[in-house]
Design a binder for this molecule. Sequence first.
Ligand SMILES: [Zn+2]
Ligand SMILES: [Zn+2]
Length: 262
Amino acid sequence: MLYNLHTHSHYCGHGSGEISEYAEYAASKGFSMLGFSEHCPFPDSLLGNSRMPFSSMALYEDDVRRAGASLPFPVYLGYEIDYYDEYSSFFRSLSERTDFLIAGVHYVRRPDGTFRTPFNPGFSDDDVKRYADAAVKVMETGLLTFLAHPDVFLCRRPFDKVAEDAARTIASAAAELSVPLEVNGNGLLKGCGENEGYPSPHFWRIASEYVDSAVVSSDAHAVRNLDRTHSFCRAFAGVFGLSVLEPYDDNGRPRLRKADQS
Ligand SMILES: [Zn+2]
Ligand SMILES: [Zn+2]
């Protein structure tokens, strides 16, 4: 079953492709379901360099709704959010007028108010701890269909004791809160040089002590990448004994379940 619930586009500013092009490509490949989850902008333009302007949200949402109207499979409107407590009511109302939300921790906020991203060097041990805490916090909101690339904090660092502790914190919370974790194909395409990168075998070896399933996504930022890593991600999950969650429609919202739970 080909599906993808983590899809970007030209809207975020660092991706390419029209919404309609992703939808047509998915149709040509026989997808059973497609979800768009563009990086969600903040009302005050926080982190504005990595997401669409707040004023473009309506355009994006219309585009996704239009794309879905003419296809033989469901197309869902969603966002990938970066969560900070002061925006909780914004995200709560967003979840009501969209079909689904996923979250990625792309920036941690230090006590001095500055942000650090695991995509750049200089992501410290304390930043890794902040990353794990932020991942748990957003899972606790109950707003998520799944947590995207839980292992992205390994983008520029080795898997050491600090990283292992973070992996355990994230995976145990995911199990306790029943929030699926994502095996993310985009890290595979990016490559992280000498670094651990993602999806990380070290992370998932630890995670598989706590969870027995995972969702697979391409995190496509270009049309041709929509299904390119799908088989790899499925096989990767299998290596760690994880069953790949399958999506189904629940009153217009995508939900995930194990294949034998239908
Ligand atoms: Zn992106
Ligand atoms: Zn992401």
